[in-house]
Ligand binder design. Structure first.
Ligand SMILES: Nc1ncnc2c1ncn2[C@@H]1O[C@H](COP(=O)(O)OP(=O)(O)O)[C@@H](O)[C@H]1O
Ligand SMILES: [Mg+2]
Length: 268
């Protein structure tokens, strides 16, 4: 997409990011243009090394683009901020803090009084179904429960944007499916703008309003596919012919990429 919309929640404008590798310039991503609307759920899928994490880190403010601009609410991203919650594959919960204390952590940093912290934390702990584990330490939780705790923790500080980098990547297939449904349940109750990175085509389609397919060498946006499937995304939706068709389309875009294609770049 080359269109830029001034009302977009997130706007990525002609971003290029290079790294120096053995004295040579290595292009991680280039010509990346993307607008994400408020409360939209966008997934990003593509082969390993195509620059998914690089794009997300730029939006998170953890890295600066070499050229181009990332805008949030029309303002250039200058660094990390409380408006963006970030969740990684291996989310580092504080191992010495209970689930509740982990979720309260950001609220404590923000200076919220104790009672309010507790109330907010308990609300989000309930939302991710961990109320029976509120006093447990992370080591007592399964991988899926740890990620639910990470999601509650990200939500608690009330960011308007959630940036998730393969958050379910380390989990088994069944746990993944459950967490996908739960994440959508959470999102339907507490709408946020979400960018969710995955290398799993089914997951990309199941969650999204739109799937961004990236290609490698150089990293770029290859295609953007609208997912016109109804929410809630039930098992029925997952097993529908419409889902299968979209999944096949995204699969094809990921695994049969033609060299040189850049989405929406007829003018390039
Ligand atoms: N800090 C860095 N220094 C050098 N190269 C990097 C750095 N970060 C990422 N890269 C390279 O940029 C490319 C894109 O990486 P990344 O964004 O992690 O891809 P993905 O998340 O899609 O697997 C890869 O080839 C990777 O090796
Ligand atoms: Mg990555």
């Amino acid at each position: 997409m080359t269109t830029t919309d001034s009302t977009a929640k997130i706007s990525v404008r002609d971003i290029r990011k290079t790294f120096e590798l053995k004295g040579e310039e290595f292009v991680a991503i280039e010509r990346v243009n993307l607008d994400i609307a408020d409360n939209e759920f966008v997934t990003v899928v593509g082969p390993s090394g195509c620059g998914k994490s690089t794009l997300m880190n730029i939006l998170a403010g953890l890295e600066a683009p070499t050229a181009g601009q990332a805008l949030v609410d029309g303002k250039p991203v200058a660094g990390p901020g409380p408006d963006r919650g970030v969740i990684f594959q291996q989310y580092a919960l504080f191992p010495w803090l209970t689930v509740r204390k982990n979720v309260e952590f950001g609220l404590k940093v923000a200076g919220l009084p104790k009672a309010e912290r507790r109330e907010k934390a308990d609300y989000f702990i309930r939302m991710v179904g961990l109320e029976q584990f509120a006093d447990a330490l992370p080591k007592m939780l399964s991988g899926g429960m740890k990620q639910r705790c990470a999601i509650a923790r990200a939500y608690a500080v009330n960011p308007s944007i959630l940036l998730m980098d393969e958050p379910f990547g380390a989990l088994d297939a069944l746990t993944r499916v459950k967490l996908q449904e739960q994440l959508l349940g959470t999102w339907s109750r507490e709408k946020r703008t979400v960018m969710f990175i995955t290398h799993d085509v089914d997951e990309a389609v199941f969650l999204a309003n739109r799937v961004v397919v990236m290609a490698a060498r150089p990293g770029r946006i290859y295609d953007v596919i609208d997912v016109d499937l109804p929410y809630p995304r039930t098992e029925e939706v997952r097993l529908s012919p419409e889902f299968r068709d979209l999944r096949n389309r995204v699969w094809h875009a990921v695994y049969h990429q033609e060299p040189g294609v850049v989405a929406g770049s007829a003018s390039h």
